[in-house]
Design a protein around this ligand. Structure first.
Ligand code: ADP
Length: 153
């Protein structure tokens, strides 16, 4: 594994929200590099195409040179190994997130013990923000811009 501290922040980012952006920016204070990686799941339906989601990520982090943007297929822990990343970064909003994340982190630790999952608590102002609700607002012609990163509003 690599000497520099690389963290993967995986997700679908359909679309990226201010909640994700905050966790990723805070992650770059802890790690040398944060790779924001869109997991490609061909059986899932998305509102935004992969190219659109990549473009939104690139624009959001254009001024943060510690952030890299990428896509991957397959198991997240295998992708971590490919990228020589020892850390998986996740955000926690609620106890619901905690319960979901706990089982994934436990299973991932069994699969690849050298990858440590690190959790950052959501900023309380962002704890109700989710991509799902942002999509609902967009679908119903509402204005979701306050939930989106400044660079893509
Ligand atoms: P996906 O993009 O696959 O739908 P999620 O958005 O559910 O994935 O989650 C990606 C990561 O971002 C998770 O760790 C999740 O807890 C975190 N996250 C999502 N929204 C927020 C938020 N508003 N504040 C903090 N963390 C968040």
């Amino acid at each position: 594994m690599s000497e520099i501290k690389i963290a993967i922040f995986p997700g679908s980012f359909d679309p990226i929200t201010i909640g994700h952006e905050d966790i990723i920016n805070r992650g770059t204070e802890l790690f040398d590099k944060v790779i924001v990686a869109i997991g490609v799941n061909s059986s899932k339906k998305y509102m935004h195409s992969l190219d659109e989601r990549l473009e939104m990520l690139r624009k959001t982090f254009k001024d943060n040179n510690k952030v890299e943007v990428d896509t991957y297929k397959g198991l997240t822990v295998e992708y971590c190994k490919d990228k020589k990343a020892n850390f998986l970064l996740r955000g926690l909003r609620t106890t619901g997130d905690f319960e979901f994340e706990q089982s994934i982190a436990t299973m991932n630790a069994k699969l690849v013990p050298e990858v440590e999952t690190i959790f950052l608590m959501s900023n309380p102002q962002h704890s109700a923000v989710s991509s799902t609700i942002v999509r609902d607002i967009i679908r119903n012609n509402g204005n979701a811009s306050q939930f989106l990163p400044q660079n893509i509003r």
